[in-house]
Design a protein around this ligand. Structure first.
Ligand SMILES: Nc1nc2c(ncn2[C@@H]2O[C@H](COP(=O)(O)OP(=O)(O)OP(=O)(O)O)[C@@H](O)[C@H]2O)c(=O)[nH]1
Ligand SMILES: [Mg+2]
Length: 327
């Protein structure tokens, strides 16, 4: 199952207490202070991984805890630190404090850990607290509590191009033609029920880009019809939109207007993204009729491959332009 939202509870380890102790020397009733510091509590971090694609694991393991720091001991012994843990999340996961909404981490770069709950500092022992002013402090510090938070994780996949269209427009067929992705394809609406990502290879390793295929949009998607707006957030962070309209539709331009209207109801940001208008299934166009392709649109057949290269070249150009303004 594709899960793109999860709530988790994290509790970092508490710090260990500092120790209040004295050195023992023969014939001296009370030696110098030698109580060690408490250890730090374990931290909790997250790390973005390209190996996982949903938040499914999070949904089952809702609590993450690390161990506490050990208390300091006599003879200047420092307590052991708690054990740190690192939680793997898919690239594109945003982590917010569920109570305040504050963004804590946006996990975009794979392999870089981000601290989300800090372990408590260990308390200082009476040895560390001793100074020239107070050679014999009568106490040691307590460890500080580790941070505890309720976090909301939201996955927004990171792709360069988002495929937008009505159900059955041919989005998944196009993705399977241009990448190694193998999404399910069928002649009924809502075949795609979760986002699929595919990488379109460039030439000599340059100019490759990521395409996201999402479930089809229908009129009223915005108010929760069909598969709803839930999936639009997965194209919120794409650079370019490819609007695919079924070339066998009675009125392609009306379809396009509906799609753009749904996008703008979801967010102006989406409606303002650079976009490429594409009429699909050109192999089914009647051969003798005048051209159906509206001005400024491209057409292609993902079934026969007709003009697929041309469409990909245009998308690649648009992605490159968008990358220049926002790398
Ligand atoms: N003749 C022809 N059929 C196509 C073409 N592209 C897609 N189809 C067919 O159209 C139907 C829908 O294709 P999909 O790729 O599943 O459409 P989709 O837009 O992903 O649909 P949803 O996932 O339901 O939103 C399938 O039966 C495809 O075989 C094309 O270029 N020519
Ligand atoms: Mg599909």
């Amino acid at each position: 199952m594709f899960i793109d939202e999860a709530i988790i509870q994290v509790k970092a380890g508490d710090g260990g207490n500092g120790c209040h102790a004295y050195e023992r020397q023969p014939f001296k009733p009370k030696g110098r202070p030698d109580g060690g510091d408490g250890g730090r509590g374990g931290h909790i971090s997250v790390i973005a991984s390209t190996q996982i694609h949903t938040l499914q694991d999070m949904a089952y393991r809702q609590q993450f805890k690390t161990t506490r720091g050990m208390h300091g001991k006599g003879s200047s012994k420092t307590g052991k630190n708690g054990e740190d843990i690192v939680i793997e999340v898919p690239v594109g996961t945003m982590i917010c404090n569920d109570e305040t909404g504050e963004l804590i981490a946006d996990c975009i770069t794979p392999g870089v850990p981000i601290l989300i709950a800090k372990g408590g500092r260990g308390g200082r022992g009476n040895k560390a607290l001793a100074s020239s002013k107070d050679r014999n402090p009568e106490k040691a510090e307590e460890g500080k509590p580790g941070e505890e938070k309720k976090l909301r994780l939201t996955l927004k996949v990171l792709a360069d191009v988002g495929l937008v269209g009505r159900p059955n427009a041919g989005k998944s067929t196009f993705l399977s033609r241009i990448s190694h992705a193998r999404p399910k394809i069928a002649d009924y609406p809502f075949t795609t029920t979760a986002p699929n990502l595919g990488i379109v290879q460039g030439e000599n390793g340059r100019g490759s880009f990521v395409v996201a295929d999402i479930p089809g949009l229908i009129e009223g998607s915005n108010t929760g019809k069909g598969l709803g707006i839930r999936f639009l957030r997965h194209i919120e962070r794409t650079r370019v939109l490819a609007i695919l309209v079924d070339g066998t539709s009675a009125n392609p331009e009306e379809d396009a207007a509906m799609l753009l209207h749904e996008l703008s109801l979801y967010s102006e940001l989406l409606a303002q993204k650079p976009r490429c208008m594409i009429l699909t299934k050109s192999d089914l166009f009647p051969a003798d009729a005048p051209s159906l392709v509206p001005q400024g649109w491209l057409s292609m057949s993902a079934a026969t491959g007709e003009n697929v290269d041309g469409v990909v070249a245009d998308l690649r150009k648009m992605v490159a332009q968008a990358r220049e303004t926002l790398p």
